[in-house]
Design a protein around this ligand. Structure first.
Ligand code: XIL
Length: 328
């Protein structure tokens, strides 16, 4: 049978951890290798995982992921250099001056981007093709967080500039949620991109996380909010796609009705993605393989009654898979 990566005209990604890749779960790696050609570290390449102390970095798990990618022909999308929700404790409690804090962040971005520029494919390209430089800057928590407070309101531009200085080839993304539904946030991002262009601040792409629901936002809303993002001319990554089917937790089993709705919605998302000009299609990355791997089983509440992904908890292909494949 055909696979996702064979059917698609753009890369199809999923998330990994170094643990998972080195573990004994061959079902995981065989689906990953068969269906996908791009990987993102779910947590291992976040600042909270790699920035262990002042001017001190632990790249070991990221390196293991990159080595796996290189050996198996995957592209790696780096995620995420700066995110208010993944600050190492020592940095959160930093007692130095704002100038010293900024030097730490700058040093981290430069060291990390430079380090992950080293692994090359056999045709000489960087295995790590891209980075989410800043994640979720337009949330209340981010505006109240130390990056904003200590580096100043222009901190997003600063981070992009440092990343570019460390590797002029790697694609630089701004990544955020609700870009599938929230007009005001889409406007903030589009305005930021316009401002970057005016000031010659480097940016290559926008990541729309796409943590969607089976009914909300509907595909018309997703399409309407996508359009100004595409209008920037930048690469567009659906970077963390999953689909909640039971947000109100009214169900205790995955019904046929909900399964069918999910199938149709995944199909329309694939169809919608193809309306993006091909040169701007960076790819679609799913935030998990099996339903029981999904972060949505732990957030916003712990539940076993959520079925957001393309594979069931036994690695079985769901109707959602078939729908998405049909849309490709
Ligand atoms: C999540 C991971 O899936 C969880 O394992 C972790 O505990 C928290 O982060 N937006 C993002 C991702 O950009 O990094 C988040 O990933 C999900 C929401």
């Amino acid at each position: 049978a055909i696979t996702l990566k064979a059917a698609a005209t753009f890369p199809i990604g999923n998330i990994v951890s170094a643990n998972r890749l080195s573990g004994s779960d061959n079902n995981f790696t065989s689906i990953l290798n068969k269906e996908f050609n791009s990987i993102t570290a779910e947590n291992d390449m976040k600042m909270g995982a790699m920035f262990t102390g002042q001017n001190t970095y632990d790249f070991s798990r990221g390196d293991a992921i990159v080595a796996y990618a290189k050996a198996n022909g995957f592209r790696v999308h780096g995620h995420a250099l700066v995110w208010h929700a993944s600050i190492p404790t020592w940095l959160k409690n930093f007692t130095g001056t704002d100038v010293e804090f900024e030097a730490q962040v700058k040093g981290y971005i430069k060291a990390t981007v430079a380090h992950f520029a080293l692994a090359k494919t056999t045709d000489g390209k960087s295995v790590v093709a891209s980075w989410d430089v800043v994640n979720e800057a337009f949330t209340n928590e981010a505006l109240a967080g130390p990056f904003y407070a200590k580096l100043g309101p222009d901190y997003v531009a600063k981070c992009f500039t440092w990343a570019k200085e460390a590797n002029s080839e790697v694609k630089l993304f701004y990544n955020d949620y609700n870009l599938d539904s929230q007009t005001s946030k889409v406007k903030s991002v589009v305005d930021m991109v316009a401002d970057f262009k005016k000031r010659a601040i480097p940016i290559d792409g926008i990541g729309s996380q796409m943590h969607v629901g089976y009914s909300y936002p509907d595909i018309a809303t997703i399409s309407t909010t996508l359009s100004p993002l595409v209008g920037t001319g930048l690469l567009i990554h659906f970077s963390e796609l999953d689909m909640s089917v039971n947000r109100d937790l009214a169900l205790t089993s995955f019904t046929a009705e909900r399964s069918n709705a999910q199938k149709e919605k995944y199909k329309s998302i694939a169809v919608l993605y193809k309306t993006i000009p091909s040169a701007q299609r960076f790819g679609i990355t799913f935030w998990g393989v099996r339903d029981n791997d999904s972060w949505l089983r732990g957030w916003p509440v712990v539940t076993e009654y959520e079925w957001p992904l393309l594979f069931d908890s036994n690695y079985g292909y769901k109707a959602a898979y078939t729908g998405f494949l049909e849309g490709l």
